[in-house]
Design a protein around this ligand. Structure first.
Ligand SMILES: NC(=O)c1ccc[n+]([C@@H]2O[C@H](COP(=O)([O-])OP(=O)(O)OC[C@H]3O[C@@H](n4cnc5c(N)ncnc54)[C@H](OP(=O)(O)O)[C@@H]3O)[C@@H](O)[C@H]2O)c1
Length: 381
């Protein structure tokens, strides 16, 4: 019987072999002969076979696989970032079990990139989900995953960075991170327990000395790559002027209504990969709203293409050559958010999106406090 000959491990091996250029694969059987038809998008990618279907009539075994394309990062020893990752920050916060279960579902759906941070309190459930996924055989080894975490502002001082990354690694039960990011270019004093913080408890980060400690984290093998988050062009310039290892990533808010054109050009010219957070406008969260998911222009494009507005936003980001971290703990929506790689936007649709009026959602002042110098930072690109 065909199903005995074509075991799932054979399919996986074939899929792995061909995945450098495939989105979905179709195997057709002529007696014992196996032929392969290639369908879908191109580009490197991690893959997860979701569905196989054998049709006796057509003698065909159809293998549907989700492949998330990857981009190789600079200054990270060949490390590649899957272009869509799963965010793990929930609003309102949910319990660790819910987070863990959602991450396991996400691994089943094909996600290989997970974004966490010390301050989200999701490092532990993510670590438990990874351990469980390994036990269940959902991934063969930890190396198949791309795990990113972030240095919180309270540890924004040279001597506190090694202890901070070690704490994150312990939380995650991992030996190394794929990416360690400076969460915000700010230092918070120890007293700060909640936001907004008092003016006297926030100061600019000493970028040079903090970055030296980040470089040490990479040299010690505690993380494969180092990067930043919420950095403006000016702050990146300051960092690059003394860095021995340039940042591989700048994770910033980006979506069709906050397109970050200047920052993207700046980063592209310097080999820094932009990762978009709040790609769906952080719908239904404390810090976001419905401006993306209920944007009329995006809704019209979605209707015409038989897609959702979330998919239009994520596809647009992919076409801008940035990676994204989108959060969904809902089984259907997390699958939907990955289903963006075998279709594209027309030139007319892209033009319409590029003309959308722009508005920043997350600002320094909205998170840390309405202080003059933070408002000034918000005015920078
Ligand atoms: N570096 C930073 O400073 C920073 C800041 C913010 C966020 N982040 C990272 O970026 C990740 C994502 O950003 P985000 O959480 O702000 O916002 P987001 O991904 O733009 O939006 C998440 C919200 O959209 C909903 N959603 C997801 N897919 C959907 C779909 N297809 N249709 C309808 N609703 C959908 C989610 O609800 P359900 O879960 O119910 O689907 C959730 O309420 C975070 O989790 C975090 O890892 C980083």
């Amino acid at each position: 019987m065909v199903n005995k000959l074509i075991t799932s491990s054979v399919i996986r091996q074939l899929a792995k072999y061909f995945f450098h250029s495939n989105y979905s694969l179709m195997f057709s059987m002529e007696q014992f002969k196996l032929t392969l038809t290639i369908k879908g998008c191109s580009g490197m990618g991690s893959a997860n076979i979701q569905h196989t279907d054998y049709s006796r009539k057509n003698k065909q075994l159809i293998v549907m696989a989700v492949v998330v394309p990857e981009v190789t990062l600079s200054s990270s020893d060949g490390l590649a970032i899957p272009v869509i990752g799963m965010g793990t920050m929930s609003s309102p916060p949910v319990g660790p079990e819910i987070t863990k279960d959602a991450i396991i579902e996400a691994i089943k759906a094909g996600y290989r990139h997970f974004d966490t941070a010390f301050v989200y309190r999701t490092e532990q459930p993510l670590g438990e989900a990874i351990a469980e996924a390994l036990r269940l055989g959902l991934v063969k080894s930890r190396d198949e995953l791309y795990i990113s975490s972030k240095l919180w502002c309270s540890f924004g001082e040279k001597g506190l960075i090694l202890p901070a990354i070690n704490m994150s690694l312990r939380n995650l039960q991992l030996d190394y991170l794929d990416m360690y990011l400076i969460h915000w270019p700010l230092k918070l004093s120890e007293e700060v327990r909640q936001m907004p913080a008092k003016k006297e408890h926030i100061s600019p980060l000493d970028i040079k000395s903090v970055w030296e400690a980040m470089e040490e984290c990479k040299s010690l093998g505690l993380t494969k790559g180092i990067g930043v988050s919420n950095f403006t062009c000016k702050q990146l310039e300051e960092l690059l002027s003394t860095a021995k290892i340039p940042p591989a990533v700048n994770q910033v808010e980006m979506n069709p209504l906050w397109q970050q054109k200047k920052l993207r050009e700046f980063c592209k010219a310097r080999g820094i990969q932009v990762t978009a957070y709040s790609p769906l406008g952080a719908f239904n969260t404390k810090w976001g709203d419905n401006r993306i998911l209920e944007c009329y222009v995006l809704e019209e494009i979605a209707k015409a293409k038989g897609k959702t507005t979330a998919q239009i936003s994520l596809r647009w980001l992919y076409e801008q050559e940035v990676s994204s971290v989108a959060k969904s703990f809902n089984k259907e929506r997390m699958k939907q958010n990955l289903d963006i790689f075998d279709w594209s936007l027309t030139e007319e649709e892209s033009n319409k999106i590029s003309q959308l009026p722009q508005r920043k959602g997350i600002t320094f002042a909205s998170i840390f406090g309405l202080h003059d110098w933070l408002l000034q930072l918000d005015a920078e690109d």
